[in-house]
Design a protein around this ligand. Structure first.
Ligand SMILES: NC(=O)c1ccc[n+]([C@@H]2O[C@H](COP(=O)([O-])OP(=O)(O)OC[C@H]3O[C@@H](n4cnc5c(N)ncnc54)[C@H](OP(=O)(O)O)[C@@H]3O)[C@@H](O)[C@H]2O)c1
Length: 325
């Protein structure tokens, strides 16, 4: 038996319960991973709350973890028992557990010398930053870009990466304390939402031109504001729903500036083993080179998963929350 955090009915953090569950041997193509650190992502809250339906209830939550391989299923020849591995994204929810079975092709080798909690803080979020900076569109020198929730888990990695490629980075945060954190992680200009109007600051700072790209993970409360921040032919990258699912945008709204709009997912940007390994390699090279630093907001015992969700959803966290079994 292993301890597994499961959702029996969707709702608030109180719906997460710690259950003892049976863990069968890994099936063909799977490996069993004994977890050492588990990354908490806003996606997990969507599964718990019912915003993203789980296939059945009760069901586990969680999309990433780090650990050691303790058993290998038939047909797996590239990974051995004892290896240190990690996975992030594109697996059925269920990483909030002592151990679980995972498709072998989703595992990435992880660099020696980087702590498991650090990997858990940056794998899924860093893979997200990778496709946002390099593949949704290629951001580089001369681009002016804005990141909502700039002091969040994805936000801090995204801001560091965008600065590294030469962009001028505007970050939006909710408090002056978060502004300090965002500034220390790559933001050139931070807008504290309670103190300034985001569109006004952007218009002033860009001499009325607007921005090349807006990265919007907040969704419902910010999407229209994001459109107003774009320059002509600018791109809105709507990649999350932290404030709720955004209302539909009519195609005619894009006509105001020949805007582009995309709603990308990590799933579609790491859907093959080659894509996944390449993205992870690029990410870990930047970590090794000191370009990207993971900020761990807090490390909590697995049993306190509900507290982790409360902290994330109440906007208290900066950087990543990690659970330790
Ligand atoms: N598309 C993809 O494939 C993909 C992959 C990974 C993550 N994501 C998305 O990226 C976003 C960030 O994920 P994360 O795990 O790193 O979380 P996070 O950014 O650390 O936490 C969410 C942040 O959103 C901001 N926020 C604004 N309005 C909010 C509200 N009403 N309720 C809660 N938070 C609000 C808060 O920052 P302020 O207090 O500064 O406003 C909060 O700290 C999520 O929307 C997630 O779904 C998408």
């Amino acid at each position: 038996m292993v301890r597994t955090i499961r959702v029996h009915r969707v709702g608030g953090p109180e719906c997460l319960s710690m259950d003892d569950t049976a863990l069968p041997p890994p099936s063909r193509g799977e490996v069993q991973v004994q977890h050492t650190a588990i990354g908490v992502n806003f996606l997990d809250c969507y599964h718990r709350s019912g915003l993203y339906p789980l296939p059945a209830l009760p069901h586990g939550v969680g999309g990433e973890a780090v650990g050691r391989v303790v058993a290998v299923g038939d047909g797996v020849h590239t990974i051995a028992i004892g290896e240190r591995v990690a996975y992030g994204g594109h697996v059925p929810p269920g990483s909030y557990a002592d151990a679980r079975n995972v498709p072998a092709w989703r595992l990435v080798p992880i660099p020696a010398g980087v702590e498991d909690t650090t990997i858990a803080a940056l794998l899924l979020k860093g893979l997200t930053a990778e496709f946002l900076v390099r593949r949704v569109t290629k951001v580089g020198r001369g681009h002016h870009v804005l990141v909502h929730a700039a002091a969040g888990g994805v936000g801090l990695l995204l801001c560091q990466w965008l600065r590294h490629v030469g962009a001028t980075v505007y970050g939006v945060v909710s408090t002056p304390e978060k502004a300090e954190v965002a500034r220390a992680h790559g933001c050139h200009q931070v807008i504290v939402r309670s103190e300034e109007n985001v569109v006004d600051v952007v218009q002033r700072m860009t001499q009325g031109k607007g921005l090349d790209v807006v990265y919007d993970s907040v969704g419902k409360s910010t999407l229209r504001e994001s459109l107003q921040c774009l320059k002509k032919r600018g791109l809105l990258v709507a990649f999350g729903n932290s404030s709720g699912r955004p209302d539909p945008v009519a195609i005619t709204e894009l006509q105001a500036g020949s805007f582009y709009l995309t709603r990308p997912t990590l799933h579609d940007y790491t859907s093959t083993r080659e894509e996944l390994l390449h993205a992870a390699q690029v990410l870990f090279e930047l970590v090794a080179g000191g370009v990207l630093r993971a900020r761990i907001d807090s490390t909590l015992p697995l049993a306190e998963a509900a507290a982790a969700h409360r902290r994330l959803e109440s906007r208290q966290s900066t950087g990543a929350i990690v659970l330790v079994p």
